[in-house]
Design a protein around this ligand. Sequence first.
Ligand code: SF4
Length: 378
Amino acid sequence: MSRRKLRPSFSPSAVEAEARAAEMLARVKGEARDLPGVYQMRAADGEIIYVGKSKKLRTRLLSYFRAEYPADKGARILREAAELHWEYVPTEFASLLEELKRIKRYRPRLNVAGKRDARHMAFIRVARGDAALFRVVRSSGNDETGIFYGPFHGAVQIEEALRELNDALGLRDCALDFPMHFPEQSDLFGASPRTPGCIRHEIGKCLGPCVGAVRRDEYHERFVLAQAFLEGANDVPVTALKRLMDEASGRLEFERAATLRDKIERLESLRAQFARLRFAVESLSFVYTPRAVHGDDVSYVIRRGRVRAIEPAPRTAEQRRAFDGRVAGIFAPMERTEGTVPSHEIDELLLVSSWFTRFPKEFEQTSAFAPSNATRAV
Ligand code: SF4
């Protein structure tokens, strides 16, 4: 696709935009320093249209003014920006966290960041309703209250494995708002509703909460069983499939036995992914004190991949005792360990895990929580 080079335009708005850009450029050249920081651009009406971060703020900001083509991201942002504001932070990690916080708060319309680490990820959403179900989704979207398992690599494999789990336990996989009819509601609906055209109940793959074929509590029990399986607490679906596989082998139905073996493998692989995820999330629990590039050192209290507190790194024995007390308070409460993540914490979990994956040496700046060694010696 050919791209048109940036040429001077003489429309009044373009002239104004160029004058504003020249003013911002002069400020950046005169004042900005190459330190970690966050910046935001406002439109003339005060709307925050873009939030960004960099470990070298000056270099990053200057790059906006070198955009060659009108379609370049920098040029598009500058055309709308009337005001540029930046702040320095102690470290690159701090800039990432601050950028995420501001993107979530302001939802700037020119930002496409924030979701970038989730591009190749998939989550399993627990969708509650009349009859709960699992859904594979690419991101938490606007759901601020949901419960998610993940992130996982490979949405297709996760979908296939989830289908096996749904089939094995008779869980529904239709639209969340599909009407459910439990038998205890029969006086409300008269005769039991007929099957709605979905054959999963007819072929024994779904308990049929839509056609009054299962009580609400029975369906719920199956759903809980599925969650327990995913969390490694029971083996019911695999045991049932193994029994069917043995029976098929006994009858010399080797093709069916092979199909059942494949189903078992998909389920076991899904559960293995859950176990790896639990391990990964649990291993992201420590106090992290990266060396500050700007200002004082800061300690991040990270539990299960989420930053629970940001504290000035203690410098004296007394400060450390007080710090340890606060950290102990954060690590003390029992937490669920099954691997679910509230939707509002997903982006932060992705940020923290991707940070330590990209820069494993940063683990050297962490310390497992214990009151006596909660922070790096300072
Ligand atoms: S049988 Fe009914 S509840 Fe089950 S998946 Fe089909 S439509 Fe949904």
